[in-house]
Design a protein around this ligand. Structure first.
Ligand code: THU
Length: 160
């Protein structure tokens, strides 16, 4: 038996202002986008903004459904839209902001497992890491240099 240790490094910023102007702008776009979420059931609003290497910004917000599993997270709405509209573009970074109508969300909210798996597909496809920044409503921002730091041992098409 061998022990396998998996390590990830994430970067925690106390405030959005500590980040570059470009990242701040992308996060402000995510914040604006989360306000357009369709979240009548959870009252939890998530916005995601993607910057592509063609300088396009693609956004997504969570879209819920009375048949709950039919809804989709903000991150997947955004990355699938980017894949559909700009199939050859590289996703450079993603900014995510989440808030609740019922409580204040000050801790950074990481993307769910299904969103990590979906983002992983595009990181593998493009052969370049995707920076991921996530926050709550206000306060700290966490940065991951690559999706792989959020999802070790990713499952990808090489297994098929
Ligand atoms: N949600 C996202 O949009 N992204 C995540 O990574 C986690 C959860 C949404 C899905 C659902 O509309 C609501 O938040 C509550 O789970």
């Amino acid at each position: 038996m061998k022990e396998l240790q998996l390590t990830s490094t994430l970067y925690v910023y106390d405030d959005l202002n500590e980040l570059s102007e470009e990242v701040q702008q992308l996060m402000l776009t995510a914040i604006e986008t989360r306000k357009k979420a369709y979240a009548p059931y959870s009252k939890f609003r998530v916005g995601a903004a993607l910057l592509l290497d063609n300088d396009e910004v693609v956004v997504g917000s969570n879209q819920e459904n009375a048949a709950y599993p039919s809804g989709l997270c903000a991150e997947r709405v955004a990355i699938f839209y980017a894949g559909a509209k700009f199939p050859d573009a590289i996703v450079k970074r993603i900014a995510i902001s989440a808030t609740s109508d019922t409580k204040v969300t000050i801790e950074p909210i990481p993307p769910c497992g299904a969103c990590r798996q979906s983002i992983a597909e595009y990181e593998v496809k493009q052969g370049a890491p995707i920076e991921i920044y996530f926050m709550g409503e206000t306060g700290k921002v966490i940065k991951s240099n690559s999706l792989k730091d959020l999802l070790p041992l990713i499952f990808d098409g090489s297994a098929l």
